[in-house]
Design a protein around this ligand. Structure first.
Ligand SMILES: Nc1ncnc2c1ncn2[C@@H]1O[C@H](COP(=O)(O)OP(=O)(O)OP(=O)(O)O)[C@@H](O)[C@H]1O
Ligand SMILES: [Mg+2]
Length: 433
C-alpha cells in the first residue's frame, strides 16, 4: 500500500535460527526456529503490536530489529520512502526482470540494516532504540541517572559538554521526572519511575523508532496506565513509531494501530487493531482472545481458550503449525508422523516396544517394533479415538509388514498468509478456501 509517509521499518521474510549444541564438543544437533519467515511493515508515527504466547519469538524479533542479533535469513529495511517501498515490492514480485536496478542497489546499501555501513549505520543506531521489561537489569545500578540518560548524548557527541546537563534535565522532564532526580541511583526509584528513566534514555538521540519489549508488564495496573499514556503523548509530540511487544492483549488494544499475531516463529494473523479484536480470523487469535480474562465482553470469540503444549520450536510442525492445538482442525491442515507419535503418550508399553523409527521426511515413516503384535496394536490404536478423526483421515497409507508399520501422509506446504474479507492476513486452511 502506498501513502505519503515513510515506512520506518520493513521486515521481509526474517528468519533467526539458534543452533542447539550438545556434548563436550558442542556439536550442533539441531536448530531452534525462533523466528521463521516474518514480514511486516511499520509506518512513520505508527504502533505495531507484536503478540503471542511465551517463546513464539517476539523478543528475538525485537533484538533482530535493534541490530543485536544477526539474521539467519531475510532482510530488514529502515526508513523507506514510498517510492523505495514500491520499488522493493515490485522487485519481490518480478525478481527476474529488475526494472529499477540502481534504486534496488541503493536501497540495499543505504536501508538494509544488515548491509549498511559508515554514516548510514550510525544513523540507524541513533534512530532505533529499545526499552526492555526489566528496568533493573537494563539500567546500570552503579550509574547516576544523570550519567545513564546523558550517555547516548556523549557517545554520539550530540552536544557540547556544558549542554549535557540541561539536555538531560529536558529529557527527564519529558518523561515526568525532573532536576531533583539527576543525582540518584536506579534503586532509589519505583518500577514506574525506572521505566521512565529507560524511556528518557531511549529518547536522548531523538529516534524514529522505539522497540518496546513488555515495557509495562512488571508494573501494577495504575502505573502501567500512566506509562502507556506517557508513551502515547510522546508518540504524538515526536511522531515516533513503536514496535510494541507484549502478551497482554488489553494493553495492545489500547496502544496499537496494527497487530501482528505470532505462533511458533511465524505470523498467523496480521491486521488493523479494530479488525483483529472485532473480527479475528485465525483460530489461534480467537483462542488468545478467549484466554484473556481482562478484555471486556465485547470482544468476539467463539473459541475455547488455549489448551495443550506448544510444539518444540526445533521441530516446528509443517502445514499449519497450530493444528496440534486447534479446536477446529481439519484433515487438510497438514498432519505428519510426529503427530501420531505425540498422541501415543497414554500407550507407554507400545512406545517402549518401538525398536527404531526410520523417517526419511516428516510425512513418511517406518516404525519397527519388538514384536509383530505391537505392530498390529499400533494400527489398532490409530483406528481409535485417541487419534483425532481429522488426523486419521489424513493418513494416506498405513501398512503392517511383520514387525514394521509403514505410515505415510500426503506432503503439504506451509499454509500461506492470505487476505481475508476484512483485510487482515490469516494463515489458516479455512481462510484459504
Ligand atoms: N540466544 C538463544 N539461544 C537459543 N535459543 C534461543 C535464544 N534466544 C531465544 N531462543 C529461543 O527462541 C525462541 C523464542 O524466544 P523469544 O525470547 O524470542 O520468545 P518471546 O516470544 O519473547 O517469549 P516471552 O513472551 O517469554 O518473552 C524460544 O524457544 C527460545 O528458547
Ligand atoms: Mg520476550
Amino acid at each position: 500500500m502506498s501513502n505519503s509517509k515513510n515506512t520506518i521499518l520493513s521486515l521481509r521474510n526474517v528468519k533467526k535460527h539458534f543452533p542447539i549444541k550438545e556434548g563436550v564438543f558442542q556439536n550442533v544437533v539441531g536448530q531452534v526456529h525462533a523466528v521463521d519467515g516474518v514480514s511486516f511493515d511499520i509506518g512513520a508515527g505508527e504502533t505495531v503490536g507484536l503478540v503471542g504466547e511465551s517463546g513464539c519469538g517476539k523478543t528475538t524479533i525485537g533484538r533482530c530489529v535493534s541490530g543485536l542479533e544477526p539474521l539467519t535469513n531475510g532482510d530488514i529495511f529502515f526508513d523507506l520512502t514510498p517510492e523505495k517501498l514500491l520499488a522493493l515490492e515490485d522487485f519481490e514480485k518480478h525478481q527476474s526482470e529488475i526494472k529499477n536496478k540502481h534504486l534496488i542497489d541503493e536501497i540495499q546499501s543505504t536501508s538494509n540494516i544488515s548491509k549498511i555501513e559508515g554514516d548510514d549505520f550510525y544513523n540507524y543506531r541513533r534512530n532505533c532504540q529499545m526499552v526492555f521489561q526489566d528496568s533493573f537489569s537494563s539500567l546500570s545500578p552503579r550509574q547516576l541517572v544523570s550519567d545513564i540518560v546523558s550517555r547516548p548524548l556523549k557517545i554520539h557527541k550530540v552536544c557540547a559538554d556544558n549542554e549535557l546537563i540541561p539536555r538531560t534535565i529536558e529529557l527527564l522532564e519529558q518523561v515526568g521526572l525532573g532536576k531533583q532526580h539527576l543525582y540518584r541511583f536506579p534503586h532509589q526509584f519505583s518500577g514506574g519511575q525506572r521505566q521512565r528513566i529507560s524511556i528518557a534514555r531511549a529518547l536522548a538521540l531523538d529516534p524514529k523508532l522505539i522497540v518496546l519489549d513488555e515495557p509495562t508488564s512488571a508494573l501494577d495496573v495504575s502505573v502501567q496506565a500512566q506509562i502507556l499514556n506517557l508513551l502515547h503523548d510522546l508518540q504524538k509530540q515526536r511522531g515516533l513509531s513503536y514496535l510494541f511487544i507484549t502478551h497482554n492483549l488489553s494493553v495492545i488494544r489500547h496502544m496499537a494501530d496494527k497487530i501482528v499475531v505470532m505462533y511458533l516463529g511465524k505470523v498467523v494473523e496480521a491486521g488493523k487493531t479494530e479488525d483483529i479484536f472485532s473480527n479475528p480470523q485465525h483460530p489461534y487469535t480467537k483462542a488468545l482472545l478467549a484466554a484473556s480474562p481482562d478484555l471486556s465482553e465485547d470482544v468476539m470469540s467463539d473459541m475455547a481458550a488455549l489448551d495443550g503444549p506448544i510444539p518444540d520450536p526445533a521441530r516446528p510442525p509443517q502445514g499449519c503449525s497450530f493444528r496440534t492445538r486447534c479446536p477446529v482442525s481439519r484433515t487438510e491442515c497438514g498432519w505428519e508422523v510426529d503427530d501420531i507419535i505425540r498422541r501415543l503418550e497414554h500407550h507407554e508399553t507400545l512406545i517402549d516396544s518401538i525398536k527404531s523409527v526410520h523417517q526419511p521426511d516428516a510425512f513418511n515413516a517406518k516404525l519397527t517394533f519388538e514384536t509383530s503384535l505391537s505392530a498390529i496394536e499400533l494400527k489398532d490404536v490409530i483406528g481409535t479415538n485417541d487419534i483425532p478423526k481429522q488426523m486419521r483421515k489424513a493418513i494416506k497409507k498405513i501398512e503392517v509388514d511383520g514387525n514394521d508399520v509403514n505410515i505415510s501422509f500426503d506432503p503439504v506446504q506451509t499454509v500461506p498468509l492470505v487476505q481475508s474479507d476484512n483485510g487482515s492476513l490469516s494463515r489458516c486452511v479455512l481462510a484459504n478456501k
